[in-house]
Design a protein around this ligand. Structure first.
Ligand code: ATP
Ligand code: MG
Length: 453
């Protein structure tokens, strides 16, 4: 007999699953959405959670992420109705124990539940990714990224990861390695931007003693260190033309010749590369070799900027809150409110997810509460002033934009509030201080489509 929490917005499914589990002798609690599930678990921890993926207000992946912040999370089985086996399969790699595709048989359900309740085996790959390497988010744009990771991780081809600064390119590179065929082989990151050619070459290919003035002893390069594993070439858009030739040669023949060495040796290594630049445009402008671009971009993964997936804000904020509490060694702090989330959603996030992590930490240090609207505003106002590589000072999304009509401003504001509430119209209406009906009418008039809720 175990305590099992069943989470599904579809009452029929919820009751059906509950009935099957109760008949099998389990104690069952029910929740209709992610928020209710969180509350139920806070009141009474469960041994197992059986959860739908797509629900208004937050998905099963959000709940999974939230559970994983806990010291000993219950196992979770995802139920999915849409043809999202890839999403579910990936979710399992990100820590879900198992998944079931609707419609499913009660017998299958009970078998999976029994397996999930059996004592944990030796730590397997399903539980491996720790909170530091977990990719949080369930916006369709980031789900596409998950699918791409699943598709290409086990193929021995170079992957080019594109996205603005702080969007999670290195996180994706690490996921590609971890879900690849040799997850325990080395993963060696090399920052190729802003280092002189000789150093970069020595970093990648190694050198022999005396190869250049400061080469006092032999050095093995990243490619040799990563043999059998993965090299991650970060900021590849910044390397010189001469270095591009050397890299291309390696990608063609796989031979590593350290600086100053007479001969090279063959090294088997997977190359992942990333840049925040528009590499195709750089190629068109003559700043990057087209042949090298084609080699590196055998497969491309594009990460969306944070401002294009604001629906993930609540989950990301909760994730970074947990991380900051652990790292700062402070007791659990109050969660962000709909108001503070709306303020965060209005910001432009030029530094993307990394900047969000810093803002969350800043608020926790200053005020110990993400519900503190003044502290959140203050952290946002000063965020752009912090040293960064991204250009220019930061202004709220609307401040720098051309002057908008009242209607346009209203549309933007409604969208930002709605994204902060995860598409929940009732919550958005409360924040806006209008009735839900009025909100629905405005949305229709302004042509804003909301498919959740
Ligand atoms: N989807 C996400 N879920 C959880 N954490 C994330 C996510 N995206 C980024 N992060 C975190 O944000 C920070 C920045 O991510 P990362 O270093 O991968 O970005 P990047 O794209 O490589 O940035 P840069 O171009 O500046 O090197 C890291 O701490 C990373 O763990
Ligand atoms: Mg990076």
């Amino acid at each position: 007999m175990a305590k099992i929490l069943v989470v599904d917005d579809d009452r029929g499914i919820r009751e059906m699953v509950a009935l099957a589990l109760r008949t099998a002798g389990h104690v069952v609690a029910l929740a209709g959405d992610v928020a209710a599930a969180g509350e139920a678990l806070a009141r009474d921890p469960a041994d197992l959670v059986v959860c739908d993926i797509y629900m208004p207000g937050g998905t099963g992946l959000d709940l999974l992420a939230e559970l994983q912040r806990r010291p000993s999370p219950p196992r979770l089985i995802l139920i999915t109705a849409r043809g999202t086996v890839e999403t579910a399969a990936l979710a399992s790699r990100f820590g879900a124990f198992d998944y079931l595709a609707k419609p499913f048989d009660v017998k299958v359900l009970l078998e999976r539940v029994a397996a999930a309740l059996s004592p944990p085996a030796a730590p397997g790959p399903a539980r491996e990714p720790g909170p530091e390497t977990m990719i949080v988010g369930s916006h369709p744009a980031i789900v596409e990224v998950y699918k791409a990771i699943v598709r290409v991780a086990r193929l021995h081809v170079p992957v080019l990861i594109l996205g603005e600064t702080g969007t999670g390119k290195e996180l994706v590179a690490r996921a590609l390695h971890r879900f690849g065929t040799e997850p325990s082989s080395p993963f060696v990151p090399v920052n190729s931007g802003a280092i002189p050619d000789t150093l970069l070459e020595s970093e990648l290919f190694g050198h022999r003693k005396g190869a250049f003035t400061d080469a006092h002893r032999d050095r093995r390069g990243a490619l040799a260190q990563a043999a059998g594993g993965t090299v991650f070439l970060d900021e590849i858009g910044d390397v010189s033309a001469a270095f591009q030739v050397k890299l291309l040669r390696f990608l063609q023949d796989g031979v590593v010749r350290p600086l100053g060495a007479d001969a090279g040796e063959h090294v088997d290594v997977r190359v992942l590369a990333a840049t925040h630049r528009d590499l195709a445009a750089l190629v068109a402008a003559g700043g990057f070799r087209q042949d090298l671009y084609f080699r590196l971009a055998a497969y491309e993964i594009r990460l969306p900027p944070l401002r294009e997936r604001l629906a993930d804000l609540p989950a990301l904020v909760a994730h970074f809150q947990g991380r900051a509490e652990r790292e700062l060694g402070i007791a659990p702090t109050p969660a962000a409110t709909a108001q503070t989330l709306a303020a965060l959603a209005e910001y432009a996030w030029p530094g993307n997810v990394r900047e969000l992590e810093q803002v969350v930490r800043r608020v926790l240090i200053d005020a110990r509460s993400l519900a503190d609207a003044a502290a959140v505003r203050q952290a946002l106002a000063t965020s752009g002033a912090a040293p960064r590589t991204a250009p220019g000072p930061v202004a709220p999304a609307t401040a720098g934009a051309p002057l908008a009509s009242l209607e346009e401003a209203e549309r933007r504001h409604l969208v930002s509030v709605l994204s902060a509430t995860g598409g929940n119209k009732s919550a958005a209406a409360r924040i806006l201080g209008i009735e839900r009906k009025t909100l629905t009418r405005k949305l229709r008039r302004l042509g804003v489509e909301v498919d959740l809720d």
